[in-house]
Design a protein around this ligand. Structure first.
Ligand code: SAM
Ligand code: SF4
Length: 337
């Protein structure tokens, strides 16, 4: 599939639910979200049909996200069904990792290829505060389980927020002894998260990735490591996406940087997003949404195809230079990141 700007679109990100077992301060309000009715959420048979049609149009990769995808009942069966769709070569999942230690073996057996685990701090108290109650040990156990069952690559995604004063070096160091791909993502002040449930973060909390890399390199000498060096294309982890990758010399993993705001990555955009209620979003930074659920419930495969094609034609060439707080109104838990 090509969009109107000549980009190849071969990747679908599908949100399975808006619900979550955490309440991260930048993603959800403290008292949770207005719950979407069960009937409005895409059923698994509808998702599989969508993937079949999309695969016939050229989609090769599917990522399941949320909310927290692992809290939706039957997710292992969905993984199995999606990974068996002809043409789909890569099925991945973005998770907070809380339930991963328990579910990793079944997910692997069902055909999941790889996981991204979201983790913003390694400190027990900070993690509890950021996630409003989460236990970081469970996430670390989940990451080890993901490596043990053979997901490859296993990526650890940290949203960088200046006010959080995260220890970037300690994170990056995780990539030395284990084949982990640690990625720093610039915080995006969108939706209600712009007020951050009262945390009061704003655009000044966006830390340019170059600054994070510099902070890591500044610590290297004291910690007995050589500074990060760029990774050539052949050594980038699968599904590298818009990240720029670096590595400590001889490390087993890599350190990546994703800069949605300080560097345009739109030129390489290869994806469409589907919300849990079947909204098709051509761009993360726009609330423009097409209705897939109606055609999945009442239309033919050709109708589904038509909506996907329309999304390709409305995909903007790039998002605005600066995304301001509250410019979009949808929270990240609804879009899936
Ligand atoms: N619950 C899963 C998780 O946390 O990985 C999947 C859904 S979550 C919405 C997907 C990603 O979006 C997570 O990595 C999360 O850190 C990120 N995210 C949420 N709000 C964000 C924001 N305001 N700016 C940048 N990333 C955000
Ligand atoms: Fe849940 Fe993920 Fe949002 Fe955190 S970032 S509240 S884990 S959906």
């Amino acid at each position: 599939m090509k969009d109107a700007h000549g980009r190849t679109i071969d990747y679908l990100r599908i949100s399975l639910t808006d619900r979550c077992n955490l309440r991260c301060v930048y993603c959800m309000p403290a008292d949770g979200i207005v719950q979407v009715s069960h009937d409005d959420v895409l059923r698994y048979d509808e998702i599989v049909r969508l993937v079949r049609v999309a695969a016939r149009m050229g989609v090769r990769r599917v990522r399941l996200t949320g909310g927290e995808p692992l809290v939706r009942k039957g997710v292992v069966d969905l993984v199995r069904a999606v990974s068996q769709v002809p043409g789909i070569e890569d099925v991945s999942l973005t998770t907070n990792g809380i339930a991963l230690a328990r579910m990793a073996p079944a997910l692997r057996e069902a055909g999941l290829h790889r996981v991204n685990v979201s983790l913003d701090t390694l400190d027990t108290d900070d993690y509890r505060a950021i996630t409003r109650g989460g236990d970081v040990r469970k996430v670390l156990e989940g990451i080890d389980a993901a490596l043990a069952v053979g997901f490859n690559p296993v990526k650890v995604n940290a949203v960088a927020v200046r006010s959080l004063r995260q220890d970037y070096f300690r994170f990056a160091r995780l990539s030395v002894d284990k084949p982990l791909h640690v990625r720093f993502i610039e915080y995006m002040p969108i939706g209600d998260s712009a007020g951050c449930g009262g945390a009061g973060w704003g655009p000044e909390d966006v830390i340019p990735c170059d600054e994070i890399r510099q902070t890591i390199n500044d610590r290297c000498a004291a910690e007995g490591l050589e500074p990060l060096v760029p990774v050539d294309d052949s050594h980038k982890p699968t599904g590298g996406g818009p990240a720029r990758y670096y590595q400590f010399p001889d490390a087993l993993g890599t350190v990546g940087f994703i800069s949605p705001l300080s560097r345009h990555f739109c030129g390489d955009c290869n994806r469409l997003r589907i919300t849990s209620t079947g909204g098709l979003r051509p761009c993360l930074f726009s609330d423009n949404e097409l209705d897939l659920r109606s055609v999945l419930r009442n239309g033919s495969d050709e109708d589904v195809r038509t909506v996907l094609s329309r999304a390709l034609h409305t995909k903007p060439e790039e998002h605005e230079e600066t995304v301001h707080a509250n410019e979009t109104v949808t929270n990240m838990n609804a879009i899936g990141g």
